[in-house]
Ligand binder design. Sequence first.
Ligand code: PGA
Length: 246
Amino acid sequence: MTNKYMYFIANWKMYGDIKSLNTLNKVIKFSKSNKINKGRLIYCPPYTLINSFLEKFKNCQIDIGGQNCHESENYGPYTGFINSRMLKKAGANYVIIGHSENREKGEDDKLINLKIKSALKAKLKVIFCIGETLNEKRKNKTQSILSKQIKAGLNQIKNKSHIFIAYEPIWAIGTGIIPKSEELLSTISFIKSKFKDRIPKVLYGGSVNPKNIKDLKEINNIDGFLIGGASQNPNKFIDIVKKTYS
Ligand code: PGA
């Protein structure tokens, strides 16, 4: 059983419309119960729903995040993009940066670093995603890949107090497979060992669900979870939170 302060971040990806708002009622009710006074719920809906989610969450403690942002902190002629300032002004307090689904589309460490810098300037907390592919894992390259991603992604960023690291092995995302507990324990501690003065919160993401949470919550250096698929179902999301504390 864990007794520590944990973060539960719902990453809705490119899912959800105005009707999905009804599914939040249960979660709102749950958030008002005293069962989660040791945790924080954060929803990262698609941009189109940020405003409606805020309205919905106005009397509860659930926070909002964006799923990505443009690297420019200024407004500009970038059709189809949203910057960190816009997210902040829309009411978000967090932003996911470096998700593997975006890295796969060409976001490299340098671009991710610029995005993180702009998000910090806009006073957003950053959920910085890192993770290795299956191939890299098989070649025993997990640690070197994570080191590189951390070093390049956080290059020239002195104050890391608003950075959360989300360790998401790419082979675990949406696959139903999660790392072995001892592997995860050692990878999370490796990630934490990369930081000297202030160790960031490190979250795990990749196929977190109400079944495997029983094992995941036993890994005592994990500070929370980034939850994709299961977060769109309010019962599953609540179950994950409840089981973390039971
Ligand atoms: P998943 O997604 O929980 O559906 O595996 C996690 C993520 O991509 O953040």
